[in-house]
Design a protein around this ligand. Structure first.
Ligand code: SAH
Length: 261
């Protein structure tokens, strides 16, 4: 059988365990009632085959590697023109399904997984109602961590503002060809009901990023470069550290900062 040679710069690690592939596809819960699913980085189609076999969704797949595209077109002729030869990072929701709801699935290229999430958040969060994906384990854990946990970070806050995130299971290195240097984690994200943040979104991002510049320091210290003034930060609230604040608390903080700057 034709094989695609793994290309390191494209983050290619092909999953070889069929049971795990089936379990990943089985995590799709139809949250948000989508009919279409986009697989990012299908590679040799280990997940794609179960999307076709075990689900009734309209499956689309996008890969940047022309060798994968040729392989997929040959092996999954039933997908016809739903195999997209391209870079997910250059797609807009208009290039995809317009305003229609859809889900995303994938064993993401680990080197760009954060960029993929930023893109979904900024450009497609109202269309993408569910995401099931595999990532580097540490990143998966970080994204799914609740406030108060040492793994909770900037992207956790941004993503959890719009998605409820569950850590589903861990995948060992040896079930990939070639094996990655790190363990992997599978997470599921479900779009929550939040329509907007109820605060200046740009300022929210600035506040969260600034707060996390040093996890060990109090907000009073980390927010200093924003020149909020000593009276503003006198409150005991500013004794807290970035990782202890929930999304709601970041929204409240952003609104009170907006009033004084
Ligand atoms: N899903 C397959 C392959 C995972 S490897 C499996 O589990 O075996 C990651 C895949 O993402 C590769 O096929 C790689 O070519 C693809 N990829 C990397 N960067 C991409 C991008 N920007 N857009 C779309 N696909 C990309």
């Amino acid at each position: 059988m034709l094989q695609v040679k793994a290309k390191k710069h494209l983050g290619q690690h092909f999953l070889t365990d069929q049971g795990i592939a089936m379990d990943i596809v089985g995590l799709l819960s139809l949250h948000g009632n989508y009919n279409k699913i986009l697989e990012i980085g299908p590679g040799m189609g280990v997940l794609t085959q179960y999307l076709i076999k075990n689900t009734t969704y309209e499956t689309w797949a996008i890969d940047i590697d022309i060798e994968s595209i040729v392989y997929l077109k040959k092996n999954f002729p039933m997908l016809e023109n739903r195999i997209i030869d391209g870079d997910f990072l250059r797609m807009s929701s208009n290039d995809l399904f317009g305003k229609e709801k859809f889900a995303i699935i994938g064993n993401f290229p680990y080197n760009i997984s954060s960029v993929i999430f930023f893109k979904i958040l900024e450009e497609m969060r109202n269309e993408v109602t569910e995401i099931v994906c595999m990532l580097q384990k540490e990143v998966a854990e970080r994204l799914a961590s609740p406030a108060g946990n040492k793994d909770y970070g900037i992207l956790s806050v941004f993503l959890q503002a719009y998605y409820d995130i569950e850590y589903c299971f861990t995948v060992q290195e040896h079930v990939f060809a070639p094996p990655p240097k790190v363990k992997s984690g599978v997470i599921r994200l479900k779009r929550n009901d939040r329509v907007t943040l109820d605060c200046d979104e740009k300022l929210f991002k600035r506040v969260v990023k600034q707060a996390f510049t040093n996890r060990r320091k109090t907000l009073r210290n980390t927010l200093k470069p924003m020149n909020l003034g000593p009276e503003f930060t006198v409150d005991a609230f500013f004794d807290r550290r970035a990782e202890t604040l929930s999304v709601e608390e970041y929204i409240t903080l952003t609104n009170s900062i907006a009033k004084i700057i």
